[in-house]
Design a protein around this ligand. Structure first.
Ligand SMILES: Cc1cc2nc3c(=O)[nH]c(=O)nc-3n(C[C@H](O)[C@H](O)[C@H](O)COP(=O)(O)OP(=O)(O)OC[C@H]3O[C@@H](n4cnc5c(N)ncnc54)[C@H](O)[C@@H]3O)c2cc1C
Length: 317
């Protein structure tokens, strides 16, 4: 893909906007087409760097590490909404530390006194937390600063975008219909955003594959409380009962959250498949499509690594 060629990126979630930024800053003329700007699922993320509900492990490690490097750089720019934050991931059973955490700065096992009641093990480390509304705005600004164009409309097929040297498919769950891809499925997640009563550290419980999660991620004046992971559910209506349970679980670990004012409910459906799909496909009529979707519960974590691989695939065309 040479400088000056026109590429259409479908999708304005974290996958689409990151890919659009990388391509546009390399001199490619990029046109983003998306129904939602920014993508609702990406807006709903917590978001913490760390792989969750995503495969395959070797590629996830590689994409995740590359993204981690970029997020560390972005944390130096206050406009990006990325903060390197210390906190604890803990378990109620004697779990070993997740391997992705052990190489993070400040990694160490917790002293028993650091753990909330009922928890038997935990680890402290420092990781990027990403305030998604600010971060997606930052990506959009960075893309538009290159002269990139964003068109808000729904596509009915991948042949719909008009003339382009190539199409990059970052449609998240929408790829299920557009490709079509029957392997994609939603895993619904809900967060409650509240005023921050003064917390500066994150907390996350290792809940394994449970649908009921427990985490809180401070972003300055607000704090995102989680969460849920309901496999197969794509309905985005707010669930009051789930929200009340999230608040109760979080307040049990951090009583200061009990009095926090609820500001917003954020709901999204993680675009999940057996493995993330980053690959090219020659379609009927000669159009080349490069896919970048299916990031499950780790689309933010993998965003820069996947976008760079997408760019490398395009550069071979
Ligand atoms: C509650 C929750 C918590 C999460 N927490 C984290 C976390 O802490 N860390 C992490 O790394 N990840 C997290 N995730 C996962 C992460 O949010 C997703 O993996 C990621 O947002 C997927 O990004 P995307 O750009 O592929 O999809 P989306 O954000 O869904 O964007 C898809 C885009 O494609 C567009 N589109 C789709 N179909 C069409 C069409 N037919 N025509 C035009 N446009 C179309 C949409 O309008 C949208 O703009 C979380 C997810 C949820 C729901």
């Amino acid at each position: 893909m040479a400088a000056g060629e026109r590429v259409v990126v479908v999708g304005a979630g974290v996958a689409g906007l990151t890919t659009a930024v990388i391509l546009a800053e390399a001199g490619v003329s990029v046109h983003v087409i998306a129904e939602e700007v920014p993508g609702v699922t990406s807006l709903a993320a917590g978001a913490m760097w760390g792989p969750y509900l995503v495969e395959p492990k070797d590629k996830v490690d590689q994409w995740g590490q590359r993204s981690l490097e970029v997020f560390r750089e972005l944390a130096e720019d206050p406009a990006a909404g990325v903060r390197l934050t210390s906190g604890i991931e803990a378990s109620r059973t004697a779990e070993t530390a997740p391997d992705w955490a052990t190489t993070l700065p400040g990694f160490r096992p917790c002293e028993p006194a650091e753990l909330p009641d009922g928890f038997t093990s935990g680890y402290r480390f420092t990781v990027p937390l990403i305030d998604m509304p600010s971060y997606l705005d930052y990506l959009l600004r960075r893309f538009r600063d290159t002269g990139g164009v964003v068109e808000q409309r729904r596509l009915t097929s991948l042949s719909d975008p008009g003339p382009a040297s190539a199409i990059v498919n970052c449609a998240g769950l929408g790829a299920g219909n557009l490709v079509p891809d029957p392997d994609l499925r939603p895993i619904r997640g809900q967060h409650v955003v509240v005023t921050n009563p003064g917390l500066t550290e994150f907390f996350s419980e290792d809940t394994g594959l449970s649908p009921d999660l427990l985490c809180f991620y401070p972003h300055g004046d607000t704090i995102v409380l989680g969460g849920t992971a309901i496999d197969g559910e794509g309905d985005l209506a707010s669930d009051d009962k789930a929200a009340a349970s999230i608040l109760a679980r979080c307040a049990e670990v951090e009583p200061r959250l009990a009095q926090a004012r609820v500001l917003e409910h954020r709901i999204g459906a993680r675009p999940t498949r057996a493995t993330v799909r980053v690959e090219e496909e020659a379609r009927e009529g000669g159009t080349v499509v490069v896919h970048n979707y299916g990031h499950g519960g780790a689309g933010v974590t993998l965003s820069w690594g996947c976008a760079e691989e997408t760019q490398a695939l395009l550069s071979r065309i």
